[in-house]
Design a protein around this ligand. Structure first.
Ligand SMILES: Cc1ncc(COP(=O)(O)O)c(C=O)c1O
Length: 384
């Protein structure tokens, strides 16, 4: 079976872990965490990058920095991972879910402004599949209404929008280094802080609400409780693994893009015939080959495609169940009557095909085309 994901090892991960062990500091913020921080700051040009144990943690720090209070509203797409909303829900915030643009699967910027109220605190664009949202429009809206922009760039490492790294366009940005991401450390993440006014407080929150960062720099002679916070930093073994990945980020991205382009070219005819939709390249944004998705004509055809691919030895998966349809949102935010037509139609028709370094892409494409043809034939006969 060709798995949906196969993490790529650069070969240096264990060497760096061994070095971290020999250095003798296995808790966080040692040599390797500092090197990862430097790499992120250099490669994204952000003012400050803080390594976290997950993107979820980075989002939670962002929600504290945004000073989210009971009843504050945060605008985000419904087509996203639970952490995008949960980070704000934990502080009493209310997610206001918006539909996606069917061409990009990112938040539909045209719908944002009419959801803004006196309670709105922030806009949280999610860069689905490593393609940047329409950030220029989002920043303009945020400026006009004095709102923060917190980018959920979980899938966005190495992607750019008009020359800027995703995650370093809004006030704050959050990356994931979960095993399923292009660059990974098992679990891992980072907070990018473009808006410098948040740097000092972000450091306190990340280190259990203490001013240990000042102590580490020799600015205070002891550290103490100065703010709310939690333990959001990873240990050095995670950072050591991650540095090995980061050092190869350019090559990894290049290889992923080759596979992505191969699928894109191979499926062009099927998308032009309207049999499936495939992601469209956008000239002003460089993506990172994180996800290759197909949008089928019907839910029936999507499910049949996943079954057929599995029988042919290729694992294909669906993606997010929209948050406004989730049991928690329906119970707490009463989203039963919320209608997000594109989100509701697309999530049931979307499949993701495997994309990882070393995959037999020719074989996968062959099986995709075979399956799509079989489905068209079978549906024609049964008129489904
Ligand atoms: C859009 C989005 N945000 C946040 C996360 C959470 O990332 P992590 O697992 O690093 O906490 C994910 C995970 O896949 C994601 O897809």
């Amino acid at each position: 079976m060709i798995p949906f994901n196969k993490p790529f090892l650069t070969g240096k991960e264990l060497k760096y872990i061994d070095q971290a062990n020999n250095l003798g500091q296995l808790a966080g913020d040692g040599y390797f965490t500092t090197e990862c921080k430097k790499w992120l700051e250099k490669n994204t040009s952000t003012s400050c990058a803080l390594l976290t144990h997950s993107c979820t943690a980075a989002l939670e720090i962002a929600a504290i920095l945004a000073d989210i209070k009971e009843g504050d509203e945060i605008i985000m797409p419904s087509f996203t991972f639970v952490s995008t909303a949960n980070a704000f829900a934990l502080r009493g915030g209310k997610p206001i879910f918006i539909d996606i643009n069917p061409l990009t699967l990112n938040i539909d910027t045209k719908l944002i402004e009419k959801e803004i109220t006196h309670k709105t605190k922030a806009i949280v664009p999610v860069h689905y599949s490593g393609f940047g949202c329409d950030m220029e429009e989002i920043l303009n809206i945020a400026k006009k209404h004095n709102l923060l922009v917190i980018e959920d760039a979980a899938q966005g490492i190495m992607s750019k929008y008009k020359g800027e790294s995703l995650g370093n366009i809004g006030d704050l940005g959050c990356y994931s280094f979960h095993e399923t991401k292009n660059i990974f450390a098992g679990e891992g993440g980072a907070l990018l802080i473009k808006n410098k006014k948040f740097i000092e407080r972000a450091e306190f929150i990340r280190e259990k609400g203490t001013n240990r960062s000042l102590f580490n720099r020799g600015i205070t002679d002891k550290y103490t409780w100065v703010d709310i916070g939690s333990s959001f930093l990873p240990g050095e073994l995670t950072a050591a693994f991650l540095l090995a990945q980061m050092e190869n980020a350019k090559e990894i991205t290049k290889e992923r893009l080759k596979i992505w382009d191969f699928y894109h070219k191979g499926l062009k005819d099927y998308s032009e015939n309207g049999i499936v939709s495939i992601p469209c390249n956008q000239e002003d944004r460089l993506h990172n080959g994180h996800i290759f998705y197909l949008i089928h004509q019907t839910n029936f055809k999507r499910d049949l495609f996943i079954k057929k691919m599995s029988k042919k030895g290729v694992m294909v998966v669906f993606h997010y169940i929209p948050l406004h349809l989730s049991p928690y949102s329906r119970k707490v935010y009463k989203t039963d009557n919320l209608k997000l037509p594109f989100t509701e139609s697309i999530y049931k028709r979307l499949s993701r095909i495997p994309i990882w370094l070393g995959i037999d892409k020719e074989l996968v494409l062959e099986k995709i085309i075979e399956s799509l043809k079989e489905i068209e034939h079978e549906c024609k006969i049964s008129k489904k």
